[in-house]
Design a protein around this ligand. Structure first.
Ligand code: SAH
Length: 248
């Protein structure tokens, strides 16, 4: 079981697989007033940077589940690097339908809400693991500027304009689901670059080391087109944020 190999190549050097910088992740951890011993569940935990740094900085404990074998291995290495092996553990597996045995204080899914068919389904899934008074974290894109055409939405790698909402609409959608938005930290254009532009050097170095790989042509094509695509579309039109929700 694994994710498409192209992501394991282009994001192999990423610690955060989202348009968030380490300082934004730290800001979010501080904003939540996490208490030592707080239990955190992370679906689609990637290379584990959120759980590992919050374990180091706030003493949280928790579990992450991710379908990428490489990212999960990197997450386990990170627990050793940061000295938090006894606090957090990472499971390589499908997070679809995952509900924790013990209720958690924070149930998170950052940038992987397709796991339960979108933000609404993911909030419902996370709620099943949440203790009364706990917080759900959802990391989700929104339109920073509404694309004037469907072609521009496609340039942002969306299927259509209707894939995402404007920020005020996204915020009000959480209210319609019966949740208070109690905190949020938003990406910006520079933090998008840390996610997207960081893939380019990784891809270039991978191509030099693996010229005959079966994915070399695909990686070459992406490296050629992605910088211009990113600055034309994603960087201008797409926003991203993590929203902290509590049921009303
Ligand atoms: N939350 C992490 C990773 C976000 S990228 C971070 O912020 O760094 C999306 C992640 O979802 C990838 O790590 C990918 O491997 C994982 N993923 C995709 N489908 C999944 C599934 N069905 N179950 C678990 N993880 C999945």
């Amino acid at each position: 079981m694994d994710i498409p190999r192209i992501f394991n190549i282009s994001e192999s050097a990423h610690r955060i697989h989202n348009p968030f910088t380490p300082d934004k992740l730290a800001t979010l951890g501080t904003a939540l007033h996490l208490e030592s011993g707080a239990r955190v569940l992370d679906l689609g935990s990637g290379s584990g940077e959120m759980l590992c740094t919050w374990a180091r900085d706030h003493g949280i404990v928790g579990t992450g589940i991710d379908m990428s074998q490489l990212f999960t291995e990197q997450a386990k290495l990170r627990t050793e690097e940061l000295g938090v092996t006894h606090q957090v553990n990472f499971i390589h597996g499908d997070a679809a339908g995952y509900v924790s045995d013990e209720k958690v204080d924070v149930a998170a899914c950052l940038g992987a809400t397709w796991i339960a068919g979108g933000a609404t389904g993911t909030i419902e899934l996370l709620a099943q693991s949440l203790r009364a008074g706990g917080v759900i974290l959802i990391g989700e894109p929104y339109w920073r500027l509404l694309p004037p055409t469907e072609d521009i939405a496609k340039g942002c790698l969306a299927n259509s304009i209707s894939d995402f909402l404007l920020l005020p609409e996204l915020i009000s959608s959480f209210g319609h689901l019966g949740y208070d938005v109690v905190e949020m930290v938003l990406a910006n254009q520079d933090s998008w670059d840390r996610y997207e532009a960081a893939k380019w050097l990784t891809m270039r170095r991978w191509l030099e080391a693996n010229p005959d790989d079966e994915l070399a042509n695909e990686v070459r094509a992406q490296l050629t087109s992605e910088p211009e695509r990113h600055v034309t579309y994603t960087r201008e039109y797409l926003g991203w944020g993590v929203f902290a929700l509590m049921p009303r």
